[in-house]
Design a protein around this ligand. Structure first.
Ligand code: NI
Length: 167
């Protein structure tokens, strides 16, 4: 396994749309393992392949307290959504920035697992938020794009300043 570098907003590569995965093979399984390691190390509760500059529809999530419930979703698709919730979100690609985003309260998702087997999942609360946040990444959308233009401008300026200091 290997730790992968995570792209930082406003890197334009975060806005690429990820491609459908035609077959879950060893390359995809290696990607899932590396993404999981990178997510746990960060630490974070979700990571999309887009964030590690691999533009394939692969997501890893673990919202469990003890970090033992790794969920890998290949070609995830939201079949159904209901309700509304507001959650304070953060993102490994937007370090130090947290803000409230409105999303669906519950989602039903279909995906392939790491073996290429299809499954469906009903999720609510934090898991539902995380699934929607990660699928956004696959569409080239970062959570700050749910915020006002004014806030987005401030976040870009702040991250550019941070990059100058740490460079
Ligand atoms: Ni994110």
């Amino acid at each position: 396994m290997a730790l992968l570098p995570i792209l930082r907003y406003p890197d334009p590569r975060l806005h690429k749309k990820a491609a459908f995965v035609p077959r879950v093979d060893e390359t995809i399984r290696k990607l899932i393992a590396d993404m999981a390691e990178t997510m746990y190390e960060a630490p974070g509760i979700g990571l999309a392949a887009t964030q590690v500059d691999v533009h394939k529809r692969v997501v890893v999530i673990d919202v469990s307290e003890d970090k033992t419930k790794l969920l890998a979703l290949v070609n995830p698709e939201i079949l159904d959504r209901s309700g509304e919730q507001v959650c304070e979100e953060g993102c490994l690609s937007v370090p130090g920035v947290y803000d409230k985003v409105t999303r669906s309260e519950r989602v039903r998702v279909r995906a392939l697992d790491a073996q290429g087997e299809p499954f469906e999942l009903e999720a609510g609360g934090l898991l539902a938020v995380c699934i929607q946040h990660e699928i956004d990444h696959l569409e080239g959308k970062v959570f700050v794009e749910h915020l006002s233009r004014l806030k987005q401008g401030r976040i870009k300026a702040r991250l550019a300043k941070q990059a100058r200091i740490t460079a």
